[in-house]
Design a protein around this ligand. Structure first.
Ligand SMILES: Cc1cc2nc3c(=O)[nH]c(=O)nc-3n(C[C@H](O)[C@H](O)[C@H](O)COP(=O)(O)OP(=O)(O)OC[C@H]3O[C@@H](n4cnc5c(N)ncnc54)[C@H](O)[C@@H]3O)c2cc1C
Length: 449
Protein backbone atom coordinates (compact mmCIF):
# COMPACT_ATOMS: atom_id res chain seq x y z
CA UNK A 1 0.00 0.00 0.00
CA UNK A 2 1.26 3.46 -0.84
CA UNK A 3 1.59 6.18 1.77
CA UNK A 4 -1.93 7.57 1.25
CA UNK A 5 -3.37 10.98 2.00
CA UNK A 6 -5.82 10.92 4.93
CA UNK A 7 -9.47 10.49 3.92
CA UNK A 8 -11.71 13.56 4.01
CA UNK A 9 -15.32 13.79 5.18
CA UNK A 10 -18.10 13.46 2.57
CA UNK A 11 -18.82 17.16 3.06
CA UNK A 12 -15.21 18.08 2.34
CA UNK A 13 -15.14 15.96 -0.84
CA UNK A 14 -18.41 17.56 -2.01
CA UNK A 15 -16.99 21.02 -1.33
CA UNK A 16 -13.71 20.23 -3.12
CA UNK A 17 -15.43 18.79 -6.19
CA UNK A 18 -18.30 21.28 -6.39
CA UNK A 19 -18.95 22.80 -9.80
CA UNK A 20 -16.47 25.48 -10.84
CA UNK A 21 -19.19 27.53 -12.48
CA UNK A 22 -22.64 27.52 -10.87
CA UNK A 23 -25.74 27.65 -13.10
CA UNK A 24 -27.55 30.93 -13.83
CA UNK A 25 -30.79 31.78 -12.08
CA UNK A 26 -33.63 32.79 -14.44
CA UNK A 27 -33.09 36.51 -13.75
CA UNK A 28 -29.32 36.14 -14.10
CA UNK A 29 -29.67 34.38 -17.47
CA UNK A 30 -32.11 36.93 -18.86
CA UNK A 31 -29.95 39.84 -17.69
CA UNK A 32 -26.85 38.28 -19.24
CA UNK A 33 -28.73 37.49 -22.48
CA UNK A 34 -29.84 41.12 -22.67
CA UNK A 35 -26.21 42.25 -22.53
CA UNK A 36 -25.53 40.49 -25.87
CA UNK A 37 -25.02 42.88 -28.78
CA UNK A 38 -26.24 40.28 -31.35
CA UNK A 39 -23.37 41.23 -33.65
CA UNK A 40 -24.13 41.02 -37.34
CA UNK A 41 -20.98 39.02 -38.14
CA UNK A 42 -21.15 36.93 -34.90
CA UNK A 43 -17.44 36.30 -34.25
CA UNK A 44 -18.52 33.94 -31.44
CA UNK A 45 -20.33 31.70 -33.94
CA UNK A 46 -17.28 31.62 -36.20
CA UNK A 47 -15.04 30.74 -33.25
CA UNK A 48 -17.24 27.81 -32.18
CA UNK A 49 -16.03 24.66 -33.96
CA UNK A 50 -19.68 23.51 -34.28
CA UNK A 51 -20.81 27.00 -35.42
CA UNK A 52 -23.82 27.23 -33.12
CA UNK A 53 -26.01 30.26 -33.89
CA UNK A 54 -24.98 31.85 -30.59
CA UNK A 55 -26.76 35.22 -30.95
CA UNK A 56 -29.86 33.24 -32.05
CA UNK A 57 -30.01 31.03 -28.98
CA UNK A 58 -29.18 33.93 -26.64
CA UNK A 59 -31.98 36.06 -28.12
CA UNK A 60 -34.41 33.21 -27.44
CA UNK A 61 -33.31 33.10 -23.78
CA UNK A 62 -33.90 36.87 -23.57
CA UNK A 63 -37.45 36.43 -24.91
CA UNK A 64 -38.25 33.42 -22.69
CA UNK A 65 -38.27 30.88 -25.56
CA UNK A 66 -36.10 28.26 -23.84
CA UNK A 67 -37.30 25.33 -25.95
CA UNK A 68 -36.43 27.25 -29.12
CA UNK A 69 -33.07 28.16 -27.63
CA UNK A 70 -32.24 24.49 -26.96
CA UNK A 71 -33.32 23.61 -30.50
CA UNK A 72 -30.98 26.22 -31.98
CA UNK A 73 -28.09 24.80 -29.94
CA UNK A 74 -28.79 21.11 -30.62
CA UNK A 75 -29.22 21.72 -34.35
CA UNK A 76 -25.46 22.30 -34.42
CA UNK A 77 -24.16 20.32 -31.47
CA UNK A 78 -25.56 17.13 -29.93
CA UNK A 79 -23.07 17.24 -27.04
CA UNK A 80 -24.25 20.65 -25.93
CA UNK A 81 -24.30 20.14 -22.15
CA UNK A 82 -20.74 18.81 -21.89
CA UNK A 83 -19.56 21.57 -24.21
CA UNK A 84 -21.41 24.26 -22.23
CA UNK A 85 -19.66 23.12 -19.07
CA UNK A 86 -16.23 22.00 -20.30
CA UNK A 87 -15.34 23.88 -23.50
CA UNK A 88 -12.28 26.12 -23.23
CA UNK A 89 -14.59 29.09 -23.90
CA UNK A 90 -11.83 31.65 -23.27
CA UNK A 91 -10.08 30.33 -26.38
CA UNK A 92 -13.28 29.87 -28.42
CA UNK A 93 -16.65 31.68 -28.36
CA UNK A 94 -16.11 33.91 -25.33
CA UNK A 95 -12.58 34.74 -26.46
CA UNK A 96 -14.07 36.08 -29.72
CA UNK A 97 -16.79 38.18 -28.03
CA UNK A 98 -16.53 41.85 -29.09
CA UNK A 99 -16.78 42.95 -25.45
CA UNK A 100 -13.13 41.82 -25.09
CA UNK A 101 -12.12 44.68 -27.44
CA UNK A 102 -14.00 47.13 -25.23
CA UNK A 103 -12.23 45.82 -22.10
CA UNK A 104 -15.53 44.56 -20.79
CA UNK A 105 -16.44 41.09 -19.59
CA UNK A 106 -17.41 38.87 -22.55
CA UNK A 107 -20.91 37.38 -22.63
CA UNK A 108 -20.97 34.18 -20.57
CA UNK A 109 -21.91 32.07 -23.58
CA UNK A 110 -21.06 28.69 -22.01
CA UNK A 111 -23.16 29.42 -18.96
CA UNK A 112 -26.10 30.63 -21.07
CA UNK A 113 -25.88 27.50 -23.24
CA UNK A 114 -25.95 25.44 -20.08
CA UNK A 115 -29.02 27.36 -18.87
CA UNK A 116 -30.97 26.51 -22.05
CA UNK A 117 -29.86 22.85 -22.15
CA UNK A 118 -30.37 22.26 -18.40
CA UNK A 119 -33.90 23.55 -18.88
CA UNK A 120 -34.42 21.24 -21.88
CA UNK A 121 -33.42 18.16 -19.86
CA UNK A 122 -35.37 19.32 -16.79
CA UNK A 123 -38.52 19.68 -18.90
CA UNK A 124 -38.26 16.01 -20.00
CA UNK A 125 -36.53 16.40 -23.40
CA UNK A 126 -39.56 17.50 -25.45
CA UNK A 127 -39.38 16.42 -29.12
CA UNK A 128 -37.58 19.06 -31.17
CA UNK A 129 -36.76 17.30 -34.44
CA UNK A 130 -38.58 15.09 -36.93
CA UNK A 131 -36.62 12.15 -38.33
CA UNK A 132 -36.76 11.30 -42.03
CA UNK A 133 -38.56 8.05 -42.95
CA UNK A 134 -36.43 4.91 -42.47
CA UNK A 135 -34.31 4.31 -45.58
CA UNK A 136 -33.57 0.61 -44.89
CA UNK A 137 -29.83 1.20 -44.42
CA UNK A 138 -27.83 0.63 -41.29
CA UNK A 139 -24.64 1.99 -39.74
CA UNK A 140 -22.51 0.41 -37.01
CA UNK A 141 -20.65 2.82 -34.73
CA UNK A 142 -17.66 1.86 -32.59
CA UNK A 143 -17.48 3.97 -29.44
CA UNK A 144 -20.12 5.99 -27.57
CA UNK A 145 -17.99 9.07 -26.86
CA UNK A 146 -19.00 12.50 -28.19
CA UNK A 147 -17.99 11.58 -31.78
CA UNK A 148 -19.95 8.31 -31.85
CA UNK A 149 -23.02 9.86 -30.16
CA UNK A 150 -23.09 12.89 -32.47
CA UNK A 151 -22.70 10.68 -35.54
CA UNK A 152 -25.45 8.33 -34.33
CA UNK A 153 -27.90 11.14 -33.52
CA UNK A 154 -27.48 12.78 -36.91
CA UNK A 155 -27.78 9.47 -38.81
CA UNK A 156 -30.96 8.58 -36.90
CA UNK A 157 -32.53 11.88 -38.01
CA UNK A 158 -31.49 11.08 -41.59
CA UNK A 159 -33.46 7.79 -41.46
CA UNK A 160 -30.70 5.24 -40.73
CA UNK A 161 -30.78 2.30 -38.34
CA UNK A 162 -27.91 2.99 -35.96
CA UNK A 163 -26.21 0.58 -33.59
CA UNK A 164 -23.45 1.88 -31.30
CA UNK A 165 -21.05 -0.61 -29.68
CA UNK A 166 -19.33 0.56 -26.51
CA UNK A 167 -16.54 -1.35 -24.79
CA UNK A 168 -17.20 0.15 -21.34
CA UNK A 169 -20.17 -0.81 -19.20
CA UNK A 170 -21.31 2.83 -19.03
CA UNK A 171 -21.55 4.88 -22.26
CA UNK A 172 -20.46 8.47 -22.96
CA UNK A 173 -16.70 8.13 -23.50
CA UNK A 174 -14.48 10.69 -21.80
CA UNK A 175 -17.47 12.91 -20.93
CA UNK A 176 -18.44 10.07 -18.59
CA UNK A 177 -14.97 8.86 -17.59
CA UNK A 178 -12.43 11.63 -18.25
CA UNK A 179 -13.54 15.26 -17.89
CA UNK A 180 -13.02 16.52 -14.32
CA UNK A 181 -16.13 16.09 -12.10
CA UNK A 182 -16.02 19.76 -11.05
CA UNK A 183 -16.78 20.54 -14.71
CA UNK A 184 -18.98 17.66 -15.92
CA UNK A 185 -20.62 15.00 -13.75
CA UNK A 186 -21.42 11.53 -15.03
CA UNK A 187 -25.12 12.34 -14.80
CA UNK A 188 -24.65 15.21 -17.31
CA UNK A 189 -22.98 12.93 -19.81
CA UNK A 190 -25.66 10.26 -19.35
CA UNK A 191 -28.38 12.82 -20.13
CA UNK A 192 -26.71 13.33 -23.52
CA UNK A 193 -26.66 9.57 -24.03
CA UNK A 194 -30.41 9.43 -23.25
CA UNK A 195 -31.08 12.22 -25.75
CA UNK A 196 -29.31 10.27 -28.50
CA UNK A 197 -31.18 7.09 -27.56
CA UNK A 198 -34.49 9.00 -27.68
CA UNK A 199 -33.85 9.57 -31.40
CA UNK A 200 -33.84 5.79 -31.96
CA UNK A 201 -30.10 5.07 -31.69
CA UNK A 202 -29.39 1.69 -30.05
CA UNK A 203 -26.38 1.36 -27.73
CA UNK A 204 -24.87 -1.96 -26.64
CA UNK A 205 -22.41 -1.52 -23.79
CA UNK A 206 -19.70 -3.90 -22.57
CA UNK A 207 -18.94 -4.94 -26.16
CA UNK A 208 -15.44 -4.26 -27.39
CA UNK A 209 -15.16 -4.55 -31.17
CA UNK A 210 -12.13 -6.65 -32.01
CA UNK A 211 -12.80 -8.85 -28.96
CA UNK A 212 -16.50 -9.79 -28.51
CA UNK A 213 -17.34 -8.97 -32.15
CA UNK A 214 -14.79 -8.82 -34.98
CA UNK A 215 -14.39 -5.82 -37.24
CA UNK A 216 -15.04 -8.10 -40.25
CA UNK A 217 -18.42 -9.07 -38.78
CA UNK A 218 -19.28 -5.40 -38.38
CA UNK A 219 -18.24 -4.64 -41.95
CA UNK A 220 -20.50 -7.37 -43.34
CA UNK A 221 -23.46 -6.54 -41.07
CA UNK A 222 -23.68 -2.80 -41.73
CA UNK A 223 -23.75 -0.63 -44.85
CA UNK A 224 -21.13 1.64 -43.28
CA UNK A 225 -19.05 1.77 -40.09
CA UNK A 226 -17.99 4.83 -38.06
CA UNK A 227 -14.92 4.66 -35.83
CA UNK A 228 -15.13 6.90 -32.77
CA UNK A 229 -12.83 5.00 -30.45
CA UNK A 230 -10.87 7.94 -29.08
CA UNK A 231 -7.41 7.15 -27.73
CA UNK A 232 -5.98 4.83 -25.08
CA UNK A 233 -3.98 5.26 -21.86
CA UNK A 234 -1.05 7.70 -21.46
CA UNK A 235 2.33 6.47 -22.61
CA UNK A 236 5.24 5.90 -20.20
CA UNK A 237 8.82 7.16 -20.38
CA UNK A 238 10.71 3.84 -20.42
CA UNK A 239 13.03 4.77 -17.58
CA UNK A 240 14.08 2.50 -14.68
CA UNK A 241 11.64 1.96 -11.82
CA UNK A 242 8.43 2.58 -13.79
CA UNK A 243 6.80 -0.61 -12.50
CA UNK A 244 7.00 0.32 -8.82
CA UNK A 245 3.74 0.38 -6.88
CA UNK A 246 2.14 3.82 -6.85
CA UNK A 247 3.00 4.66 -10.48
CA UNK A 248 -0.17 4.92 -12.58
CA UNK A 249 -1.48 6.34 -15.84
CA UNK A 250 -3.51 9.58 -15.72
CA UNK A 251 -6.58 8.09 -17.36
CA UNK A 252 -6.99 5.19 -14.94
CA UNK A 253 -6.52 7.59 -12.00
CA UNK A 254 -9.03 10.08 -13.43
CA UNK A 255 -11.51 7.29 -14.25
CA UNK A 256 -11.45 6.24 -10.59
CA UNK A 257 -12.16 9.81 -9.52
CA UNK A 258 -15.11 9.99 -11.98
CA UNK A 259 -16.67 6.98 -10.30
CA UNK A 260 -17.40 9.55 -7.60
CA UNK A 261 -16.85 7.32 -4.56
CA UNK A 262 -14.14 9.76 -3.62
CA UNK A 263 -13.26 8.17 -0.29
CA UNK A 264 -12.38 4.91 -2.05
CA UNK A 265 -9.85 6.49 -4.47
CA UNK A 266 -6.31 5.91 -3.30
CA UNK A 267 -4.18 9.05 -3.57
CA UNK A 268 -0.65 9.56 -2.24
CA UNK A 269 0.20 12.13 0.43
CA UNK A 270 2.73 13.54 -2.03
CA UNK A 271 1.91 13.17 -5.73
CA UNK A 272 4.06 13.87 -8.80
CA UNK A 273 2.51 14.32 -12.23
CA UNK A 274 4.73 13.83 -15.28
CA UNK A 275 3.61 16.10 -18.15
CA UNK A 276 1.92 19.51 -18.34
CA UNK A 277 -1.04 19.20 -20.69
CA UNK A 278 -4.69 19.64 -19.71
CA UNK A 279 -4.90 16.00 -18.60
CA UNK A 280 -1.88 16.53 -16.32
CA UNK A 281 -3.59 19.55 -14.77
CA UNK A 282 -6.80 17.57 -14.27
CA UNK A 283 -4.90 14.74 -12.55
CA UNK A 284 -3.05 17.27 -10.36
CA UNK A 285 -6.09 19.27 -9.26
CA UNK A 286 -8.11 16.09 -8.69
CA UNK A 287 -5.31 14.61 -6.54
CA UNK A 288 -5.25 17.83 -4.52
CA UNK A 289 -9.04 17.83 -4.11
CA UNK A 290 -8.86 14.22 -2.89
CA UNK A 291 -6.61 15.41 -0.07
CA UNK A 292 -3.02 15.07 -1.37
CA UNK A 293 -0.83 17.40 0.69
CA UNK A 294 1.74 18.22 -1.97
CA UNK A 295 1.29 17.92 -5.73
CA UNK A 296 4.23 18.50 -8.09
CA UNK A 297 3.98 18.84 -11.86
CA UNK A 298 7.22 17.90 -13.61
CA UNK A 299 7.68 19.18 -17.18
CA UNK A 300 10.82 19.05 -19.30
CA UNK A 301 10.18 22.27 -21.25
CA UNK A 302 9.40 25.78 -19.97
CA UNK A 303 6.10 27.44 -19.07
CA UNK A 304 5.91 28.95 -22.58
CA UNK A 305 5.85 25.53 -24.26
CA UNK A 306 3.44 23.98 -21.74
CA UNK A 307 0.48 22.45 -23.66
CA UNK A 308 -2.10 23.23 -20.90
CA UNK A 309 -4.25 26.25 -21.66
CA UNK A 310 -4.19 29.40 -19.51
CA UNK A 311 -7.45 28.64 -17.72
CA UNK A 312 -6.21 25.21 -16.61
CA UNK A 313 -2.81 26.63 -15.56
CA UNK A 314 -4.53 29.28 -13.39
CA UNK A 315 -6.76 26.62 -11.86
CA UNK A 316 -3.74 24.52 -10.90
CA UNK A 317 -1.91 27.53 -9.45
CA UNK A 318 -4.98 28.45 -7.40
CA UNK A 319 -5.09 24.86 -6.10
CA UNK A 320 -1.49 25.22 -4.89
CA UNK A 321 0.08 22.84 -7.43
CA UNK A 322 3.88 23.21 -7.61
CA UNK A 323 5.37 23.41 -11.12
CA UNK A 324 8.89 22.14 -11.90
CA UNK A 325 9.59 23.45 -15.40
CA UNK A 326 12.71 22.42 -17.37
CA UNK A 327 12.91 19.25 -15.30
CA UNK A 328 12.91 15.64 -16.45
CA UNK A 329 12.64 12.41 -14.44
CA UNK A 330 15.46 9.91 -15.06
CA UNK A 331 14.67 7.12 -12.57
CA UNK A 332 12.13 6.12 -9.94
CA UNK A 333 13.37 4.70 -6.63
CA UNK A 334 11.66 2.83 -3.82
CA UNK A 335 11.33 -0.41 -1.91
CA UNK A 336 8.47 -2.06 -3.91
CA UNK A 337 6.57 1.24 -3.88
CA UNK A 338 7.76 4.54 -5.32
CA UNK A 339 9.50 6.82 -2.80
CA UNK A 340 11.50 9.31 -4.82
CA UNK A 341 12.18 10.48 -8.36
CA UNK A 342 15.63 11.26 -9.64
CA UNK A 343 15.24 14.39 -11.80
CA UNK A 344 17.62 16.36 -13.96
CA UNK A 345 17.43 20.04 -14.90
CA UNK A 346 17.02 20.87 -18.59
CA UNK A 347 17.70 23.85 -20.85
CA UNK A 348 16.13 24.57 -24.21
CA UNK A 349 18.32 23.85 -27.24
CA UNK A 350 17.71 23.91 -31.00
CA UNK A 351 14.20 23.58 -32.47
CA UNK A 352 13.00 20.03 -33.19
CA UNK A 353 10.71 18.77 -36.00
CA UNK A 354 7.62 20.15 -34.22
CA UNK A 355 9.19 23.64 -34.24
CA UNK A 356 9.56 23.64 -30.45
CA UNK A 357 12.98 24.06 -28.79
CA UNK A 358 14.33 20.71 -27.72
CA UNK A 359 15.04 20.19 -24.02
CA UNK A 360 18.67 19.25 -23.31
CA UNK A 361 19.87 17.82 -19.97
CA UNK A 362 22.22 20.01 -17.90
CA UNK A 363 25.17 17.96 -16.57
CA UNK A 364 25.49 17.49 -12.79
CA UNK A 365 22.12 19.09 -12.11
CA UNK A 366 20.39 16.00 -10.72
CA UNK A 367 18.18 16.18 -7.65
CA UNK A 368 15.44 14.12 -5.94
CA UNK A 369 11.73 14.78 -5.52
CA UNK A 370 10.23 12.69 -2.71
CA UNK A 371 6.84 11.26 -3.61
CA UNK A 372 4.29 8.58 -2.69
CA UNK A 373 2.59 8.43 -6.07
CA UNK A 374 3.48 9.19 -9.70
CA UNK A 375 0.88 9.85 -12.40
CA UNK A 376 1.94 9.71 -16.05
CA UNK A 377 0.17 12.31 -18.20
CA UNK A 378 2.34 12.37 -21.30
CA UNK A 379 -0.49 12.30 -23.83
CA UNK A 380 -2.75 9.43 -24.80
CA UNK A 381 -1.75 6.74 -27.25
CA UNK A 382 -3.82 5.48 -30.19
CA UNK A 383 -5.01 1.87 -30.06
CA UNK A 384 -2.87 0.86 -33.03
CA UNK A 385 -3.45 -2.90 -32.71
CA UNK A 386 -7.16 -2.38 -33.23
CA UNK A 387 -6.81 0.27 -35.93
CA UNK A 388 -4.33 -1.86 -37.88
CA UNK A 389 -6.85 -4.72 -37.88
CA UNK A 390 -9.30 -2.67 -39.98
CA UNK A 391 -8.75 -3.49 -43.68
CA UNK A 392 -7.13 -0.71 -45.79
CA UNK A 393 -7.16 1.91 -43.00
CA UNK A 394 -4.37 4.47 -43.35
CA UNK A 395 -2.78 5.68 -40.11
CA UNK A 396 -0.19 8.40 -39.69
CA UNK A 397 1.37 9.56 -36.39
CA UNK A 398 -1.21 7.48 -34.52
CA UNK A 399 -4.16 9.21 -36.24
CA UNK A 400 -6.65 7.66 -38.68
CA UNK A 401 -6.38 9.46 -42.01
CA UNK A 402 -9.70 10.71 -43.41
CA UNK A 403 -10.90 12.88 -46.27
CA UNK A 404 -11.37 16.27 -44.56
CA UNK A 405 -14.75 16.92 -46.18
CA UNK A 406 -16.39 13.50 -46.07
CA UNK A 407 -14.63 11.88 -43.08
CA UNK A 408 -14.25 8.78 -45.24
CA UNK A 409 -11.14 6.69 -44.62
CA UNK A 410 -9.11 4.85 -47.23
CA UNK A 411 -11.62 2.01 -46.79
CA UNK A 412 -14.73 3.49 -48.49
CA UNK A 413 -17.12 1.76 -46.09
CA UNK A 414 -15.34 3.12 -43.01
CA UNK A 415 -15.59 6.68 -41.62
CA UNK A 416 -13.91 8.11 -38.53
CA UNK A 417 -13.96 11.16 -36.25
CA UNK A 418 -13.00 12.57 -32.85
CA UNK A 419 -9.77 12.02 -30.95
CA UNK A 420 -8.78 9.06 -33.13
CA UNK A 421 -8.40 11.38 -36.16
CA UNK A 422 -6.98 14.46 -34.42
CA UNK A 423 -4.74 12.88 -31.76
CA UNK A 424 -6.75 14.38 -28.90
CA UNK A 425 -8.49 17.78 -29.03
CA UNK A 426 -11.68 18.90 -27.26
CA UNK A 427 -15.21 17.52 -26.93
CA UNK A 428 -16.54 20.18 -29.27
CA UNK A 429 -14.23 18.96 -32.08
CA UNK A 430 -15.43 15.37 -31.62
CA UNK A 431 -19.07 16.56 -31.64
CA UNK A 432 -18.47 18.41 -34.91
CA UNK A 433 -16.63 15.48 -36.51
CA UNK A 434 -19.37 13.01 -35.61
CA UNK A 435 -22.06 15.19 -37.15
CA UNK A 436 -20.06 15.92 -40.30
CA UNK A 437 -19.15 12.24 -40.71
CA UNK A 438 -22.87 11.35 -40.56
CA UNK A 439 -23.41 13.55 -43.61
CA UNK A 440 -20.36 11.97 -45.29
CA UNK A 441 -21.90 8.54 -44.67
CA UNK A 442 -25.29 9.72 -45.95
CA UNK A 443 -23.73 11.05 -49.15
CA UNK A 444 -21.83 7.80 -49.65
CA UNK A 445 -24.82 5.53 -49.03
CA UNK A 446 -27.25 7.59 -51.08
CA UNK A 447 -24.70 8.05 -53.88
CA UNK A 448 -24.88 11.83 -53.55
CA UNK A 449 -21.83 13.74 -54.69
C1 LIG B 1 -8.56 13.66 -18.68
C2 LIG B 1 -9.22 14.38 -19.80
C3 LIG B 1 -9.89 15.57 -19.55
C4 LIG B 1 -10.51 16.25 -20.58
N1 LIG B 1 -11.13 17.42 -20.29
C5 LIG B 1 -11.74 18.10 -21.30
C6 LIG B 1 -12.41 19.32 -21.02
O1 LIG B 1 -12.41 19.81 -19.89
N2 LIG B 1 -13.05 19.94 -22.05
C7 LIG B 1 -13.08 19.41 -23.32
O2 LIG B 1 -13.71 20.00 -24.20
N3 LIG B 1 -12.43 18.28 -23.61
C8 LIG B 1 -11.77 17.60 -22.63
N4 LIG B 1 -11.10 16.44 -22.92
C9 LIG B 1 -11.11 15.94 -24.31
C10 LIG B 1 -12.43 15.22 -24.67
O3 LIG B 1 -12.87 14.45 -23.58
C11 LIG B 1 -12.22 14.37 -25.92
O4 LIG B 1 -11.72 15.20 -26.95
C12 LIG B 1 -13.51 13.71 -26.40
O5 LIG B 1 -14.12 12.94 -25.39
C13 LIG B 1 -13.20 12.83 -27.62
O6 LIG B 1 -14.37 12.14 -28.01
P1 LIG B 1 -14.28 10.78 -28.80
O7 LIG B 1 -15.70 10.36 -29.03
O8 LIG B 1 -13.40 10.92 -29.97
O9 LIG B 1 -13.54 9.75 -27.84
P2 LIG B 1 -13.83 9.25 -26.37
O10 LIG B 1 -14.58 10.24 -25.57
O11 LIG B 1 -12.54 8.76 -25.86
O12 LIG B 1 -14.82 8.00 -26.59
C14 LIG B 1 -14.37 6.82 -27.24
C15 LIG B 1 -15.23 5.66 -26.78
O13 LIG B 1 -14.94 4.52 -27.58
C16 LIG B 1 -14.92 3.36 -26.75
N5 LIG B 1 -14.11 2.34 -27.42
C17 LIG B 1 -12.77 2.38 -27.68
N6 LIG B 1 -12.40 1.25 -28.35
C18 LIG B 1 -13.52 0.52 -28.53
C19 LIG B 1 -13.78 -0.74 -29.16
N7 LIG B 1 -12.82 -1.44 -29.76
N8 LIG B 1 -15.06 -1.23 -29.14
C20 LIG B 1 -16.06 -0.51 -28.54
N9 LIG B 1 -15.85 0.68 -27.93
C21 LIG B 1 -14.62 1.20 -27.94
C22 LIG B 1 -14.30 3.88 -25.45
O14 LIG B 1 -14.62 3.01 -24.38
C23 LIG B 1 -14.95 5.25 -25.33
O15 LIG B 1 -16.17 5.18 -24.63
C24 LIG B 1 -10.47 15.73 -21.91
C25 LIG B 1 -9.78 14.55 -22.17
C26 LIG B 1 -9.15 13.89 -21.13
C27 LIG B 1 -8.38 12.64 -21.42
Amino acid sequence: MINSAPKLSDKEYEENFKELTPPFTKNGAVAEANRCLYCYDSPCKTACPTHIDIPGFIKKIATGNLKGSAKTILESNWIALTCAKACPVEDLCEGACVYNDKDEKPIEIGRLQRYAIDNYFASGMPKLFNSKDKNGKSVGIIGSGPAGLACGAELALLGYDVQIYEGSKIPGGLSTWGIAPYKVRQEDSLKEVELVKSLGVKIKTGIRIGESISIDELLTTYDAVFIGIGLGESSKLNIPGENLEGIVGALSFIENVKKEKWNSVNVGKRVAIIGAGNTAIDAATEAKRLGAEKVNIIYRRSEDEMPANKFEFRLAKDDGIIFHFLTSPTEFFGNHKVEKINCIKMRLGEKDKSGRRKPVAIKNSEFFIETDMVIFALGQQANLDFLNSIPDLKISNGCVIIDEKTYQTNNPKVFAGGDCINGGKETVNAAYDGKQAAHGIDNYLSNKK
